[in-house]
Structures are given as C-alpha cells and as structure tokens.
Design a protein around this ligand. Structure first.
Ligand code: C5P
Length: 232
C-alpha cells in the first residue's frame, strides 16, 4: 500500500482552492474535497482539479438506502475520483451496494473507505442519543470489520485506532487518519493528535492534513515536511 499525504482542501469556493493549488509547482498533492466545496461548486470542481493532475479523495460520507447509494456511487465512479467514502452505520447491505455501484465495467473502482463513528460522537452521545450500549472502541472495530466483510478497502480512523484496526482487519486494510499536527504546531480544535512521524510508526496508510498545510504561511514547505516525516 502506497503511503501518501492527503491535503484536506476545506475551502468554500473554487477561487480559494485554485489559488492554493497554484502554489504547488513541482508536486501534485493528493487532495481531499469535502461537502462544503462540492456543494458550492458541483462536480465540475472535481473534474478541474483532476485535470490538473491531482489524485482526489471525495469525502461525501454517503448514508442512504442501498439502492440510492449504489446509483450515487456509480455517478462518483464516472467522475474518476481515486478515493471516496460512506458511513458504515448504513449497514453491510448498503456498503455492498456501494461497492457494486462504484465498480466500473472493466472491474476497476476508486478506493472505498468507511467512516465508523465520527470522532465528534463520544461514548456518552452514542449511548444517550443512539442507544448503542457498547464501548466506543468495540463499536469502531465492529464497524471496521463490517466494512471489510462488505468488500471495502479500509476506514477513516484516528491515528490512535489505526494499529488496532490493522490487528482486527489485517495489514492490507487501509487506515486513513486525520488529526495530524506537527510537533511544534497548533493543535486547533483537534483533540487527539499525532505527528506525521508518529502516524507513520503506528501504521497509518494515508494521513489527511488540513490546516497545518492550508493555513501555513508556506503551504508547499509544510506539505513537503509532512511527506518527509510520513513517507520518508
Ligand atoms: O485542518 P485539519 O488537519 O484538522 O483537517 C482535518 C480534515 O479531516 C478535515 O477535513 C476534517 O473534516 C477531516 N476529519 C477529521 N476527523 C475525522 C474525520 C474527518 O478531522 N474523524
């Protein structure tokens, strides 16, 4: 599995994201496009960034009935993204339908990963709001295992969970981990963070890094530092 740094392009408009990407002259980072940018600019923003030579993780976290997810994934597959995701809470049947929809006639498909429990959901909310009376770690690993059974390639998880996910689902099962900060950087609103070097050590396959790169006075240098520390 090729380790890589994915830059979270959490911008509100095409102008902002293109200005940011214009700074990269010698490298073409793998970029994450989330709901904000996608809903603001539509699928054309994906085509344009792809045309510039970037790999794309389209982070739309689908969760609906299996038939709707299958058809929507077929649309995303035609957009030629490299990675996309869904909520494992949609059940194994929904995840299997997603894999079917995403698979192109030639058998290829983008990498498909699952969100287990959002990191904004803690054990108390899970118990009180969702009536899930199990420890959150157990729930996360169970959802990861469901994703594997359904034929997905991996999960989004905190770097602290990556080692355990590999134990439960195997080393080939991809872990994509946000919550990465430089040792000397701002933590911001992230609670449980790791440096790129620590994420590498614990076995993350991809790190998703936003503000340490996008809000840096020198985004290219910050990106290159991430790559040096994580990929080596
Ligand atoms: O700016 P920062 O590095 O915190 O950005 C992290 C990115 O990863 C954001 O796009 C955020 O929405 C996403 N993410 C996260 N935690 C999760 C899932 C996704 O921070 N559990």
């Amino acid at each position: 599995m090729g380790k890589d740094v994915i830059v979270a392009c959490d911008f509100a408009s095409k102008d902002e994201v293109m200005n940011f990407l214009d700074e990269f002259k010698d490298s073409k980072p793998f970029v994450k496009i989330g709901m904000e940018l996608f809903y603001a600019e539509g699928p054309q923003i994906v085509r344009e960034i792809k045309q510039r030579g970037h790999k794309i993780f389209l982070d739309l976290k689908l969760h609906d009935i299996p038939n709707t997810v299958k058809k929507s994934m077929a649309v995303l597959s035609k957009l030629d993204v490299d990675m996309t995701n869904l909520h494992a809470g949609g059940t194994v049947a929904m995840m299997q339908a997603a894999v079917e929809g995403l698979t192109r006639p030639d058998g290829t498909r983008p990498i498909l990963i699952a969100v287990t429990q959002l990191t904004s959901t803690d054990e108390e909310r899970m118990k009180k709001d969702l009536l899930i009376n199990e420890p959150i770690d157990k729930v996360v690993m169970h959802y990861a295992h469901n994703a594997k059974i359904a034929g997905l390639d991996g999960v989004v998880c905190s770097p602290l969970e990556a080692g355990k996910v590999h134990e439960v689902c195997g080393n080939e099962f991809i872990t994509v981990t946000p919550g990465v900060r430089f040792a000397d950087g701002d933590v911001g609103d992230q609670k449980r963070v790791m440096t790129p070097a620590q994420a590498k050590e614990i076995g993350s396959d991809y790190i998703v890094v936003g503000r340490p790169i996008t809000a840096s006075p020198d985004p290219v240098a910050a990106y290159e530092r991430c790559v040096r520390e994580f990929v080596g």
